[in-house]
Design a protein around this ligand. Structure first.
Ligand code: SF4
Ligand code: SF4
Ligand code: SF4
Ligand code: FES
Length: 980
């Protein structure tokens, strides 16, 4: 449609907010509280314009055809100025000595835009102290303009529901849990509020005293300067003072770098700018990430201390007996290549194995498998997707043909119904969870959660299923059968797009609702309710993770999920599909790029002669044709004496693999073991050579997130002296083994990948520049597929396949001796064993150690309190850990987060696996528990967010502000536009 702004026609889309069109048109008017990713908040009144003779808030009014907007009428201008004057009563302008004066301060820029010379209304301090209690950010009430952006972000975007403003107070301020200190509130330190704050009221502590040239001065000195400037203001006006601060802001550009990167933690794929001054990280600034927008979690926003941690490895280490000595790169690389060559010479190429890192880049995964295959001549190469994701990939390969999420996070947002199976999404994939929480809170999305624990998503769900452990396959299959039997399946979809219906129906015979009810311990009524919710929903997305995959039937349960989606026609459309939530930042990419024993890059099979031929011609070698060992088989092969040497990078395999004592014993038997990492990890203890690598901030490359989204990361810092990027190290090893690789930059590696891999044919660094991204498959012309299967499934005939399943009980279940079930998984604040996150002092303070969750019933029966020391013993090992009594777990089910290198849960887990993929059944661990000491300090301090008391509400509730007796609308004839 066309609208007229100051008489000039402008194109607009129906539903757009007027302010967006005004901004696009280039007309400058303030809009202090408006943020496009938050929507209208309507607290500041600075965006008032004349529309058809009435003053309206441009942020709140949707455009309409032929709308006539006047921004320059005197009453609109006067109203905006008055509104901003009011804002300045709540904010002291001391820009030159403010760490937020970096060219993007909304209050500063609005002062300049409006040409404010003098403050008509005086600044009024608020009667509150600065809150410095949170380790990562601080709140200064005196600088807070009460715009409510932070509240809106916390309530309705992050949906942690910690922040509010009590508008009725004499001096309103932002409140945490209605009035707690930040550190004792439910705040999860995600940083949304800090990111969207338009001024310096909320600020990252890492910015304070560091960003400006003069902001590092002592407080008395800064206060003195503020007084002098304020004294001058009467004579000079703000304009002159603003000029000085602008010069200062400009000077900061010479030393503050802003570099785009992609988060190194989970698979959501958040991207952001990292602001640095030399090697100091000033802040993480998300804005336009295609997966995350302004969103982050505590790890992506604040957990980067590890990069400059003093424990970083800065020289190669060579074992001498029981000790390591530092060595030169030359000596270490020579030793590595010599020993790998010797083992190959005397025992054959298959006596060597290679483990690539799902923390490292796609290019690095590609080079590792190329080293294994093209230089050594073995397919013994794998990555840690074996520990979590392989069963989900297998389930999707069986049914729909691609091993990846079938759509994007946006599809999950759009779905009518989201089903989460075996995933603690709010802690393991926090930013993705915010999109579900938001859709559920604001847009009527329905949520079903199947999980043993009452995690946050389960508490929010419309239906929380608590099936007996490992029985999800049964209820999923029973619902498929019920829908088919009762005419609730999508027959047209099945007829047109799906093969194998008859055999599948036959296989469903045992899966009656009665059988499911008995096996899973779920009421028939609940199962029927779930079935009808699925049948009634226009679009269903199923999200699952390790609660499904880390079972002995992980591949089959993943398949059952996809079968259910096919039966109900929930593929091929926006807002539908299958979403295995990938764990590590690049676990998807590590597999995509060929670090798998059976696939060359792009899931091209090693036993396909045509595929091999293509790679052989390109690499000028002959390639092994039989499937190699996966990492589970590698451990057995070491014990059997078949595997002699191993090269592993960026994996903490000795404690992350299940049955850790067995894995450690294997590593102890290796003739030669190379470990490449940024810290001396637990796995390094078994190494013969340790090579110091560089983390993501010190290199270039690409990561692929759970949405199959390939994104570039740019180098923020030079590699710490002595360390090297993994791609360079792998290349140096390869060349010493006779290869003649000459990659000067990871982009050249990507060009080679694209030339050999149809799935990535159109991927190159230009197409991924800045915040641009591509969701594979990508054709040569650069077209990608955010939503898969819009035209066909990925099988030769274009049709999906229903896959018949059998039900088997887990091989290990609680019994008379090992009477409790030990579940395990992630915790919001830490990533995996915590090698990176424990190096953040703030995270360590909030979550210092692992613990075991014990249900109130079990605690009562065994005399356990939070803080009691218990010993857990399984058939494989034992450990001591402190208990937390929690109603998140029930009866005899325990839960232990995996974040401990000292007491890793995997000394307890076993070696039994999913049959199809060898993914360990981590979640099938029976233990017994002995109380060693009844009293002790709780392992979770009071300052952990789990003890907070959120205050849910819809956004900032601006209507309560408008009801204040002292609130008067600026200008005349203001029209209130109702809030969302
Ligand atoms: S949870 Fe904490 S850090 Fe995140 S938006 Fe809310 S108050 Fe801010
Ligand atoms: S603290 Fe919140 S209300 Fe205050 S200025 Fe910042 S975003 Fe606005
Ligand atoms: S850990 Fe995951 S959710 Fe958190 S910022 Fe990183 S990518 Fe985003
Ligand atoms: S931008 Fe604040 S009311 Fe419109």
């Amino acid at each position: 449609m066309t609208i007229f702004i100051d008489g000039i026609p402008n194109e607009a889309q129906a539903g757009e907010h007027l302010i967006d069109v005004i901004v696009r048109s280039g007309v400058e008017i303030p809009h202090v509280c408006y943020h496009p990713q938050l929507g209208p908040i309507q607290t500041c009144d600075t965006c008032l314009v004349d529309v058809d003779g009435e003053l309206v808030r441009a942020c709140a009014i949707p455009v309409s055809q032929e709308m006539s907007v006047r921004t320059t009428t005197s009453r609109a201008q006067a109203a905006r100025t008055e509104a901003f004057d009011r804002i300045l009563t709540r904010h002291l302008l001391y820009c030159t000595v403010c760490d937020n004066n970096n060219g993007n301060c909304v209050v500063h820029n609005t002062t300049k835009m409006l040409g404010v010379e003098h403050q008509n209304l005086p600044f009024v301090p608020k009667p509150y102290e600065v809150d410095n209690t949170n380790p990562f950010y601080r709140y200064d009430p005196d600088q807070c303009i009460l715009c409510g952006r932070c509240v809106e972000a916390c309530q309705d975007l992050q949906v942690n529901e910690t922040l509010s403003i009590r508008w009725e107070d004499a001096h309103p301020r932002v409140l945490w849990d209605g009035g707690a200190t930040i550190n004792e509130s439910s705040c999860v330190s995600c940083g949304h509020c800090v990111t969207v704050c338009p001024c310096n009221a909320l600020m990252e502590k890492s910015m304070i005293h560091h960003a400006g040239f003069m902001t590092g001065l002592s407080k008395p000195a800064i206060d003195g300067m503020i007084d002098i400037v304020k004294g001058l203001e009467h004579e000079t006006g703000y304009r002159a003072i603003m000029k000085v601060s602008e010069v200062e802001a400009k000077m900061r550009e010479t030393r503050i770098r802003r570099t785009k990167t992609v988060c190194t933690y989970c698979g959501v794929g958040c991207s952001f700018d990292i602001w640095t001054k030399d090697r100091h990280i000033l802040k993480v600034e998300p804005a336009e990430g295609p997966a995350n927008g302004v969103s982050t979690c505590i790890k992506g926003k604040f957990a980067w201390d590890f990069v400059n941690n003093g424990d970083r490895l800065t020289a190669p280490l060579i074992r001498e007996g029981d000790r390591f000595r530092e060595a030169s790169w030359d000596e270490a690389l020579e030793l590595v290549s010599k020993r790998l060559a010797e083992i190959k010479q005397s025992n054959g190429a298959d006596a060597l194995a290679f483990i690539a890192s799902s923390k490292c880049t796609n290019e690095e995964s590609y080079l590792m498998q190329k080293l294994a295959r093209a230089v050594i001549g073995t397919n013994n190469v794998d990555n840690c997707s074996r520990y979590c994701q392989a069963p989900a990939t297998a389930g999707l390969f069986r049914t729909v043909g691609y091993g990846g999420d079938s759509g994007s996070i946006r599809d999950i947002e759009k779905a009518d119904l989201v089903i989460i199976v075996g995933s603690n999404t709010a802690e393991s994939h926090p930013v993705l969870a915010t999109r579900v929480k938001r859709a559920h809170k604001l847009h009527g999305q329905k949520l079903i959660v199947s999980d043993l624990r009452e995690n946050e998503m389960a508490r929010r769900a419309d239906v929380h299923l608590h099936p007996r452990a490992g029985t999800d396959l049964v209820w999923l299959s029973a619902i498929s059968r019920y829908l088919l039997d009762n005419g609730l399946a999508h027959d047209a979809f099945l007829g047109e797009w799906v093969n194998n219906l008859d055999a599948y129906r036959e296989s469903l015979k045992p899966f009656t609702l009665e059988f499911a009810s008995q096996t899973c311990g779920l009421a028939i009524e609940t199962l029927t309710q779930v079935a009808h919710m699925i049948a009634d929903a226009k679009g269903v997305c199923v999200l699952w993770a390790m609660g499904v995959t880390q079972h002995s039937n992980g591949s089959d349960t993943s398949t059952a999920i996809s079968n259910l989606l096919l039966v109900t026609g929930n593929y091929m459309r926006p807002g539908t599909g299958a979403y295995p939530l990938r764990g590590h930042n690049n676990v998807q990419g590590a597999s995509d790029h060929g670090s798998m024993p059976n696939f060359l890059p792009g899931y091209q099979s090693v036993d396909d002669p045509a595929v091999r031929n293509k790679f052989e011609n390109a690499w000028n070698v002959s390639l092994p044709s039989t499937k190699g060992l996966d990492n589970h088989e590698m451990v057995d092969a070491i014990h059997e004496g078949k595997l002699k040497g191993m090269y592993l990078f960026g994996e903490e395999m000795s404690i992350v693999d299940s049955n850790a004592n067995y894995v450690s014993a294997a590593f102890g038997k290796l003739d030669f073991f190379v470990v490449q990492d940024i810290f001396f990890s637990q796995t390094c203890r078994f190494a013969d050579v340790v090579l110091p690598a560089s983390p993501s901030l010190e290199k270039e490359g690409t990561f692929t997130s759970t949405e199959r989204r390939v994104q570039r990361l740019y180098q923020v810092f030079e590699p710490l002296e002595g360390s090297r990027p993994d791609w360079q190290i792998v290349q140096q090893v390869a060349n010493r083994l006779g290869a003649a690789w000459n990659y000067q930059h990871p982009s050249e590696v990507m060009d080679e990948i694209a030339s050999l891999t149809p799935m990535f044919a159109g991927v190159n660094y230009e197409r991924l520049e800045g915040y641009k991204s591509l969701q594979w498959p990508v054709t040569a012309d650069g077209a990608d597929e955010p939503l898969l299967y819009t035209k066909r499934f990925n099988f030769p005939d274009g049709k999906a396949r229903l896959f018949p399943l059998l039900w088997r009980e887990a091989p290990e279940r609680p019994d008379a001796e090992f009477d409790l079930l030990l579940n395990n998984g992630r915790l919001l604040e830490h990533f995996h064993e915590g090698n990176l996150t424990y190096r953040s002092p703030g995270i360590r303070a909030k979550t210092p150690d692992t613990f075991v969750e014990v249900s109130p019933e079990l605690a009562e029966a065994r005399g356990i309190k939070s803080g009691s020391l218990v010993q857990l013993t399984s058939r494989r090992g034992r450990l001591r850990v402190r208990a937390v009594v929690s109603d998140r777990v029930h009866n005899g089910e325990l839960y232990m987060p995996m974040n401990s290198a000292e007491n890793p849960v995997n000394v307890l887990t076993g070696s039994h696996t999913d049959l199809a993929t060898h993914t360990p059944a981590y979640k099938e661990t029976a233990v017994k528990m002995q109380v060693l000491k009844e009293d002790g300090e709780s392992p979770l301090p009071r300052t952990n967010s789990r003890f907070g008391h959120p205050t849910p509400q819809r956004g900032v509730e601006v209507e309560r502000k408008w009801k204040r007796p002292d609130y008067r609308m600026p200008g005349n004839g203001l029209v209130h536009i109702g809030t969302k």
